[in-house]
Design a protein around this ligand. Structure first.
Ligand code: GLU
Ligand code: MG
Length: 462
């Protein structure tokens, strides 16, 4: 970061101080997500925002090696108590928090003290991959669905609502809570598409509009922080854990993606629709989806990063445990969505269903972009879509249809990740090594633990 850029960042912060003060802001939260998927933070009082924008806020690189329980792996490139990084707030996402009076929020990029993006900063990595796609005239629109389980206070999970799945009763039970949540999200400029009660006990969901990938990951953080704040204000607890209790359906963190190309008339075209391929896919759109499918086993180490993730990832639980794609198939890891007729050119997208909210959203999108663009570059062919729940076939039937199951444990996913040259090249050697070491650390942490022990240990962590 050049000195003049530091000056510009300071000036941008100074320019918003009065408005923030008028909005009652006293402190600014500076969040980022670690390798294990936990959002960590520092904060500054309002008066320090210009300094934070210019020089960053110190935070140790040790957090790259943190595990879900705050223990630390002694990694090859992470986990050392020596050194310092600077958290630089991205003021383009500065938001006054509507559910935490007196606070604003700005996600950060992590830089070295010399002003170079930290090689293990997931937000910087994602931005670099977005820029690389843009150099080829391509862009991705993305959105995270947020599922959570709402519980009573206490360590055990006692659902805070009891009505039926997707039931009107549930919405009535949480009427004030949901109103406050929707109001806070709207005040923060989050474009919510839907709110609804989900399937599992106490489970709710918010979906939001698609945006550029970095924006989508930022929004995922903001939505979850808002849900947590509104839950606490109502005397409740929100769990985003992949599996809140050992039995039943888990929390997904599904990602919607569409690939766009800037056309000569300046209007981007959605490559997921209007083509001559299956379900209207264009050749590049199809190759992008094929790339996702091909790299899903390794991607699981990023998108399903917790030991608890594999308790969620069981067949016939709408979690998408098979490495297949299909039109509106909720048992396919990649569900193709055309949207209603008349709106398809805009709306067509793929939903990656197998992933969950323990994932660092920046790392996950970086992995998805790397996988999809590798498919585009190689012109990878899409396999036939699957229109059934593969679990209803016999093992031989699945083999004949070429249907494979995704890794069923974190250890298997890490091995697939390490074999995946596209993903490890995109992440770079330091970050790839840290991802593998942190995951192995979590595997060791829960060695021999029962599903009840695992779910209890991570229930309130994400
Ligand atoms: N809760 C399910 C999951 O674990 C997803 C339900 C749905 O299809 O929205 O991913
Ligand atoms: Mg859902």
């Amino acid at each position: 970061m050049e000195l003049h850029e530091r000056d510009e960042r300071r000036a941008a912060a100074e320019a918003v101080l009065d408005d923030l003060a008028a909005a009652g802001v006293v402190g600014v939260v500076l969040p980022w997500v670690d390798t294990s998927g936990i959002t960590r933070m520092k904060s500054v009082p309002l008066a320090q925002l210009p300094s934070a924008a210019q020089w960053g806020v110190g935070m140790s690189p040790v957090f790259d090696g943190f595990l879900v329980d705050d223990s630390i792996v002694a990694g090859t490139h992470a986990g050392s108590a020596v050194g310092d990084l600077r958290l630089h707030p991205d003021l383009s996402r500065l938001t006054v928090l509507a559910a935490q009076e007196g606070w604003a929020w700005a996600p950060v990029d992590r830089y070295t003290q010399d002003g170079v993006p930290h090689v293990q900063c997931s937000r910087s990595l994602l931005r670099r991959l977005v820029d690389e796609l843009a150099a080829d005239g391509l862009s991705v629109r993305a959105a995270f669905e947020v599922e959570w389980a709402l519980g009573e206070p206490g360590e055990d999970f006692v659902p805070a609502l009891s009505g039926p799945a997707y039931g009107l009763t549930r919405q009535i039970e949480v009427s004030d809570y949901a109103r406050d949540l929707l109001a806070a999200l709207a005040a923060q400029g989050v474009a919510v598409h839907q709110f609804h009660p989900e399937y599992a006990a106490g489970q709710l969901e918010v979906s939001v509009a698609a945006e550029d990938p970095v924006g989508a990951a930022d929004t995922a953080l903001l939505v979850r922080a808002t849900i947590t704040a509104v839950s606490i204000a109502h005397g409740l607890r929100a769990s985003f854990s992949p599996k809140v209790t050992a039995d039943g359906v888990g929390n997904g963190g599904h990602v919607h993606l569409s690939l766009w190309r800037s056309s000569p008339d300046g209007r981007p075209e959605n490559l997921m629709g209007g083509g001559s391929g299956t379900f209207g896919l264009t050749p590049d759109g199809g190759a992008f989806v094929a790339g996702l499918l091909q790299h899903l086993p390794g991607l699981l180490a990023v998108g399903c990063p917790s030991v608890a993730s594999y308790l969620r990832l069981v067949p016939s639980h709408w979690a998408g445990t098979y490495a297949v794609w299909g039109l509106e198939n909720r048992e396919a890891a990649v569900r193709f969505v055309t949207g209603p007729s008349g709106h398809r050119q805009e709306a067509a997208n793929v939903e990656v269903k197998c992933v969950d909210a323990a994932a660092n959203p920046y790392l996950l999108l970086a992995g998805l972009l790397a996988a999809g663009s590798a498919g585009v570059q190689a012109g990878t062919a899409l396999p036939d879509p699957v229109g059934i729940d593969p679990a209803t076939l016999s093992e031989a039937g699945r083999r004949d249809a070429g249907i494979t199951e995704l890794p069923s444990s974190l250890g298997e996913a890490v091995a697939a990740f390490e074999r995946d040259e596209v993903l490890t090249a995109a992440f770079g050697p330091e970050l790839s090594t840290t991802i593998a070491e942190v995951r192995r650390g979590e595997v060791a942490l829960f060695d021999g633990a029962s599903p009840e022990d695992v779910t209890a240990a991570v229930r309130w962590r994400y």
